[in-house]
Design a protein around this ligand. Structure first.
Ligand code: ATP
Length: 607
């Protein structure tokens, strides 16, 4: 990977965060001012030193201050002590002002870096949210967590290297002054600087390599942490704590090794720089001695001392720049990972139109619908189905038949071929996803609850405030009122991660209550397969009856009562619709539905 690739990637990330040019103006201006002031104060040093060494204040006449002052205040009217005081004051005030500008430059660039990281994090988050479910099927949550956190790591390294702009400017100023004092010595010094630059190239290349390995291992660790904590009951039930600790420590060790591998190389940078600089100092010193002995004369000693001083400062600036190169190399992996996620059009983007979906007048039509998952072809094959407005359609069929896939396509979790789902004759893809989902409510057997209070979970996603009276009515309709009354904190009770503190039946009724509150005209229900006690079952059924009143309903049905009450029953097998019609009619046909019912009959009757 070339350095230019990294720079291009970084540039494109800056563009993605839409940081305007003016964000860079203040830090750059302050950095330039600070460097110019440093240059100005340093420029005074040769004459000041010369004056002190020779005890002759006339040496100060050559400094730029007095060359500028001469036309206004002729030099012969300024006393020697005033000249000295003026020069020393300029050096002192200049140094203070320089520190103030430098601080301003650092603070404003820190703000720039923090804003960049913040916007980058937001861009990653909203990009992930815009993806379809294929992305979430293929990507571990641990990985996503790590990726959303990369901007923080990038910002930390950028802050470490934030003075690089000042140091670059200072280097230019210093080198200009060095040339001014002695071009021969400057060329010798520059040679050493280039040696440092090139000798560090391979090291920086190695750091980048380790940075990419680090990203991979860090993602694996993130994945593991998420897996284990989200499957704690499974880990405990199978007593896998020891094995999981071992797996975790291997991954954790791996991450530390890659981090250490980066540290080892990164820490080598100052030593290499120090060695080359020492060599160049010795060479420059020898050259100075040679020049003094052969012709330049002792009167240049003051200048050479200043040359030596500036050369040391230049070396320090270059050392900071080289460290910054190393810092950039360590974030090369995260930058690459973020670029891949943000760049270009992704196969995970959902197509959507710009029409506002205002609701169903007539029907939802699945027309010759075919669908495959990556690596799992023909999950739905030529599905033709019409759901009339206000009717309930029950999907039945064996496990893996494609029932959930069908409802996921209606919810636009995945893209389907154009023209295969029509809403009142209009392709589903011509509507905005937001307007579509506003008109749909999902009650799934996987109930998603946040680690928030019952109230917050209940009201999640509602756009306008809901009066307390309505909430109480909905609690009553969803048969939750009594349960909530029995809780010491009532609706303010926090439900735990994914509602861990609630029973299966309570979670389902909460999910139904949420759907009643949303009052969407299309209802998508995935009935729970797990058997509940008869009281809970009755409560859920009553809540469901309240929910479906007057709605267009598509239900993945597992309950006999739901199937019986449905306006239409659709039997799916291997992704194909094999039977369709009224429950009684299908029973009379003595086909697949009849067979399935016969096999399940004993279970159903025992309820
Ligand atoms: P069940 O009643 O058991 O929930 P189902 O009828 O709802 O089953 P689907 O969940 O739609 O069936 O699955 C249909 C097929 O698609 C199955 O073979 C399943 O393995 C496969 N499948 C489901 N989701 C994915 C996915 N995200 N990626 C790949 N294959 C998938």
């Amino acid at each position: 990977m070339k350095i230019s690739d990294d720079i291009l990637r970084f540039k494109s990330l800056i563009q993605k965060t839409e940081l305007k040019l003016y964000y860079f103006v203040l830090p750059s201006t302050l950095a330039i001012l600070s460097s110019l002031l440093e240059g100005a104060t340093v420029m005074l040093l040769p004459s000041l030193l010369q004056a002190i060494l020779t005890l002759n204040m006339n040496a100060l006449d050559h400094s730029f201050i007095f060359r500028w002052l001469d036309p206004v205040f002729p030099l012969d009217q300024i006393s020697n002590s005033s000249k000295f005081l003026l020069t020393v004051s300029f050096v002192f005030i200049g140094s203070i002002a320089r520190q103030i500008f430098q601080y301003g430059a650092l603070v404003s660039s820190a703000y720039l870096v923090r804003t960049f990281a913040d916007r980058l994090r937001q861009a990653i988050f909203s990009r992930c949210l815009s993806f379809n479910k294929h992305f979430f099927d293929a990507t571990s949550i641990g990985y996503m967590h790590e990726t959303v956190n990369y901007p923080k790591q990038i910002a930390a390294k950028l802050l470490e290297a934030q003075s690089v702009m000042i140091q670059l400017l200072l280097t230019v100023v210093y080198v200009t002054i060095l040339f001014y004092i002695s071009w021969e010595l400057t060329l010798i010094s520059l040679f050493s600087f280039f040696c440092t630059y090139f000798s560090l190239r391979w090291l920086i290349f190695k750091i980048k390599h380790s940075s990419r390995d680090y990203v991979i291992s860090q993602n694996e660790l993130g994945k593991k942490i998420y897996e284990i904590f989200s499957c704690i009951p499974l880990v405990k039930a199978y007593s896998r704590e020891t094995e999981e600790k071992k797996n975790f420590s291997e991954l954790s060790r791996q991450v530390s090794l890659f981090e250490f591998s980066i540290d080892k190389k990164w820490l080598l940078i100052p030593s290499i720089q120090e060695m080359i600089q020492l060599l160049s100092i010795l060479v420059v010193l020898s050259a100075m001695v040679y020049l003094v002995i052969h012709g330049e004369g002792a009167d240049r000693i003051a200048q050479y001392l200043v040359f030596f001083y500036i050369m040391r400062r230049t070396s320090a600036s270059i050392a900071i720049i080289n460290s910054a190169r190393g810092a950039f190399a360590t974030i090369s992996g995260p930058v690459e990972a973020i670029s891949k996620l943000l760049e270009g059009t992704s196969p995970y983007e959902i197509q959507e139109g710009d029409k506002e979906f205002s609701g169903i007048q007539k029907e939802i039509h699945f027309r010759h619908l075919n669908f495959s998952y990556p690596g799992n072809p023909n999950v739905l094959q030529d599905v033709n189905l019409i759901l009339k407005r206000g009717e309930t359609t029950a999907l039945v069929g064996p496990s893996g038949a494609g029932k959930s896939t069908l409802v996921h396509l209606l919810l636009r979790y995945y893209d389907c071929p154009q023209g295969s789902i029509l809403l009142d004759g209009e392709d589903i893809q011509s509507f905005t996803n937001k307007s579509l989902r506003k008109k749909m409510a999902l009650v799934s057997q996987d109930i998603f609850l946040f680690h928030l209070s019952l109230r917050e979970n209940l009201l999640y996603g509602l756009e306008s405030p809901v009066p307390e009276g309505t909430i109480q009515k909905v609690l009553h309709q969803s048969r939750l009122a009594e349960f909530v009354r029995g809780l010491p904190s009532g609706l303010e009770t926090v439900v735990g991660d994914r509602g861990i503190k609630l029973s299966g039946g309570e979670k389902q009724r909460l999910s139904i209550a949420r759907a009643i509150l949303k009052d969407a005209e299309i209802l998508i229900l995935d009935e729970a397969t797990s058997s509940l006690d008869s009281v809970t079952e009755r409560l859920i059924q009553e809540a469901m009856d309240e929910l479906v009143k007057g709605k267009t309903v598509m239900v993945i049905a597992h309950r006999f009562s739901t199937i019986q009450k449905a306006d239409k029953v659709v039997y799916l097998e291997n992704g194909r619709v094999l039977e369709e019609g009224k429950w009684e009619g299908l029973l009379k046909q003595k086909g697949k539905v009849y067979e399935a019912w016969k096999n399940q009959k004993i279970n159903v009757e025992s309820l």
